[in-house]
Design a protein. Structure first.
Length: 95
């Protein structure tokens, strides 16, 4: 049994998704940033503003983070639900 501080093995499990659910794509980054901003009740945009610095756009930082190929907040770690051709919800999971 593995415990805290022990080496763990990451196992990728691919689940077959049926519409309206699908794996997020790079083009979903703006919607993912919006949804994370809403779900965090403003905490994410606050942190993004700190990262953006004076005069920077916090939402651009959020979109750029969602576009990353790696890292916890990445489109690669998200499943989205579409409604009417638009992303209506998301689930972001990471170890």
């Amino acid at each position: 049994m593995l415990g805290w501080g022990k080496t763990h093995i990451q196992v990728a499990i691919m689940i077959a998704l049926q519409p309206p659910f699908r794996r997020a794509a790079l083009d979903d980054a703006p919607a993912l940033a919006d949804l994370v901003g809403f779900a965090s009740e403003g905490l994410a945009p606050y942190l993004w503003a700190k990262m953006a610095g004076p005069g920077g756009d916090p939402w651009q930082v959020g979109r750029e983070r969602a576009r990353r190929e790696s890292g916890s907040f990445s489109y690669r770690n998200a499943v989205v639900m579409e409604s009417g051709g638009n992303v209506a919800a998301a689930l972001i999971c990471y170890p």
